[in-house]
Write a new protein. Structure first.
Length: 453
């Protein structure tokens, strides 16, 4: 065994270390073979550190056990960088920090690894404490034209799957019970009670060169019962004695050539019906006008309405009250109402009566708690042209009657003038007065009553 000594301050330890020979800092053992020896010929090892009794390199404890065994830290003042190398040194903490190497591709990002490497799975919950810093995933996702996007983040997908977006999340099995299994792909929750306004999620699309910006695009399809693209619920309670305002959905569109706060479509390839672009339980209020498409370019077989007055005369306007307690889930209006009975109107003008289906209600278990209700509805807007046509018909009738009355008045005036000119009502000799033109004070005797016309 060879020893390297330092002639300096005497240290504590074995007799050699406490002697004037100095402190032992390194030890060579040429007679010992390395643990990596192949065939038993790899002799010679060296230890650096403290070899005093009880130290890690003490002969009686854990002696030199590697080709280079260091008891202490290690510093390399200068290291050459080579980007083409693909191996790194790693430490085995279970073997006194023995150093090994492994491919750098197997390290991944600290958790996991590259798709082609064996999976480096988690053995417990993993946390990334932000410590008041941000965690950034840098890189934009350029258009590839093939669907193989890059610089994206995938959750719930197989490694190497093409991504459709910057963030692509897939949930293909139930992950929540209420109490029946429910599959939820994403959930955003804002539980801050100190904030004046809380947003569960904000979706912004503001590309200046795009033909269209869509803040959110939602699909709900393929269900056996109900498909809901977007479901908005707002429930509030009194806050410090004030009644809050709840919006199930609030939409705004402005600063465009054409703006749509809500654009709704229904029908298309649906089977059956009825189809409604909007269905509301309760009153509908608007501060602006209400317009129905009526452009002549959209119409054909245009013809005037005939006998509108006759149709209107068969209608039976009534006053009524809704059974809002019996049908409380429909939010029917309260108070006395005025209108028509759809079934009665259908017998006279069936074109303005349609079928309505109020959807069934289900509990969280999927059980039907209220069946769907099939109803009749009235398109009161289509009554307006009938009222206008009926008004015009009445105006025409009144004009014809006025013409008859005017004719009769003219004829009566002529008759009155003739009587006045004949002075038949005055007394005296009618013959003399007629001839002389003066019949004042004379009596006319009518002898043949049948001769008077």
């Amino acid at each position: 065994m060879s020893e390297l000594l330092w002639a300096g301050t005497i240290g504590a330890g074995d007799p050699v270390s406490t002697s004037n020979n100095g402190l032992e800092v390194a030890r060579m053992e040429p007679g010992r073979a390395s643990t990596l020896a192949s065939g038993g010929y790899d002799y010679g090892m060296m230890g650096i550190g403290n070899f005093s009794p009880g130290s890690p390199n003490d002969v009686g404890g854990t002696p030199v056990d590697a080709k280079l065994d260091i008891d202490g830290d290690l510093r390399i003042r200068e290291v050459t960088r080579v980007d083409t190398l693909n191996a790194v040194l790693v430490i085995d903490t279970n073997d006194l920090n023995r150093v090994h190497w492994r491919p750098i591709s197997g390290l991944g990002g600290g958790v996991g690894n590259y798709c082609s490497e064996p999976q480096d799975t988690l053995s417990g919950h993993y946390e990334v404490p932000l410590n008041d810093y941000n965690y950034y995933f840098t890189g934009s996702q350029p258009f590839s034209g093939s669907g193989s996007n890059t610089n994206g983040i995938a959750i719930g997908m197989s490694c190497g799957t093409d991504l459709l977006a910057k963030l692509h999340v897939v949930q293909d099995q139930a992950n929540y019970a209420d109490p029946l299994p429910i599959s939820i792909t994403a959930a955003f929750e804002n539980s801050d009670t100190s904030a004046f306004t809380g947003y569960g999620a904000i979706a912004i699309s503001r590309g200046e060169k795009l033909n269209m910006n869509i803040g959110g695009h939602f699909y709900g399809r393929g269900a056996a019962k109900d498909n809901i693209g977007v479901q908005g619920i707002a429930r509030g309670t009194n806050l410090q004695g004030e009644t809050p305002t709840n919006y199930g959905g609030k939409f705004e569109a402005s600063q465009g050539a054409v703006n749509y706060g809500i654009y709704a479509e229904a029908g298309g390839d649906s089977v059956g019906g009825p189809d409604f672009a909007g269905y509301f339980e309760g009153d509908v209020n608007t501060t602006g006008g209400y317009y129905t498409v009526s452009d002549q370019n959209l119409k054909e077989h245009v013809e005037p309405i005939q006998s509108a007055s006759q149709l209107l005369s068969q209608l039976n306007p009534v006053g009524y009250d809704f059974r809002y307690q019996q049908y409380n889930r429909m939010n029917l209006p309260r108070g006395h109402q005025f209108g028509l009975i759809a079934q009665e109107l259908e017998q006279v003008i069936p074109e303005i009566v349609g079928d309505i289906v109020h959807p069934a209600a289900f509990d969280t278990l999927g059980n039907e708690i209220a069946p769907q209700i099939e109803l009749k509805g009235v398109n009161y807007t289509q009554l307006i042209p009938l009222l206008i046509a009926g008004f015009k018909e009445q105006q025409a009738d009144m004009a014809a009657k006025d013409e008859v009355i005017n004719t009769l008045a003219e004829r009566l005036t002529i008759l009155e003038n003739y009587i006045e000119a004949s002075r038949l009502c005055e007394t005296g000799d009618a013959t003399n007065k007629m001839n002389n033109g003066d019949t004042n004070g004379e009596t006319i005797t009518l002898e043949n009553h049948n001769a008077i016309i």
